[in-house]
Design a binder for this molecule. Structure first.
Ligand SMILES: [Zn+2]
Length: 269
């Protein structure tokens, strides 16, 4: 049933950053079998929420394996005829439902936490991996497509609630250490084969690999949208120095101390 709703929007992130430097931000990272979101208050992380969809991912792969098996048995596909129509309908239904479920879970949580901006990763076109079976390859692709569909639904749902959606470049967000920005490595805690842990060889920070991306994504938000950015601070510096004259050298020191404290200030997650 189509409906209309008037939503007051107070402007884009770019317009609001000067007047509201402390917008309540939540960062969201989408993986193949989980979606992780973190809510922030200034520079502190106030909570992490994970939506698991491991089971749905496995279900999709199982259905795709069935498609492959049936196709193999029946030989060459008939031209102009859709094979395994029922199975494909099941798969696309699964994806549609899952996209809505994830989007709704994120939104419900964001509204409850009073979030004003949702920061997502900018999704690049999918690059297929070599050396996988057909069903695995297709499953990977579809789970990647799912991220785009979740993002689209979140954008609409968020707009209805007056929440902004922003996308940032995801480069290095899952490899860099959230504390010192050096490249870290994944490891598997205990005997589990899947490398779900993250360790930094430089400063020794360890944590959940899924959380690393949301912590780093917040820094990307800060760098562009948190007023004043490091660049704006630098631009403001010479004029102050000119005005202050001799006091410039004294004024320079707290600034550098502040900058150091800022870079060392890691989320206590
Ligand atoms: Zn580190």
């Amino acid at each position: 049933m189509p409906f209309e709703k008037r939503v007051p929007i107070r402007g884009k992130a770019e317009d609001r950053r000067r007047t509201e430097p402390d917008l309540k931000v939540a960062t969201v990272d989408q993986n193949a079998d989980s979606t992780v979101a973190a809510v922030w208050e200034g520079r502190r992380c106030r909570g992490v929420q994970t939506v698991w969809h491991t089971r749905e991912n496995a279900k999709r792969e199982k259905a795709l394996r069935k498609v492959a098996r049936k196709q193999k048995r029946s030989g060459r596909p008939v031209k102009g005829e859709r094979s395994n129509a029922g199975l494909w309908r099941y798969i696309s239904g699964l994806d549609t439902a899952l996209a809505w479920q994830i989007a709704a879970a994120i939104l419900a949580w964001a509204v409850a936490a009073g979030v004003q901006v949702l920061v997502f990763e900018y999704l690049r076109p999918y690059r297929p991996l070599r050396g996988l079976s057909w069903s695995r390859r297709v499953n990977r692709k579809r789970s990647y497509w799912l991220r785009g569909r979740v993002l689209e639904r979140v954008r609409h749902l968020a707009l209805c609630q007056g929440i902004l959606t922003v996308e940032r470049n995801p480069a290095w967000t899952s490899q860099a250490c959230p504390r010192c920005s050096h490249l870290g490595e994944r490891f598997s805690p205990g005997e589990r084969a899947y490398p779900s842990g993250f360790r930094c060889g430089h400063c020794g920070w360890t944590g959940d690999a899924n959380v690393v991306a949301v912590l780093n994504l917040k820094r990307k938000w800060n760098r562009t949208f948190r007023y004043p950015t490091a660049e704006e601070k630098r631009a403001a510096e010479p004029s102050r120095r000119r005005k202050a004259g001799a006091a410039a050298s004294r004024e320079g020191s707290p600034e550098t101390v502040g900058a150091n404290a800022r870079s060392a200030d890691a989320p206590a997650a």
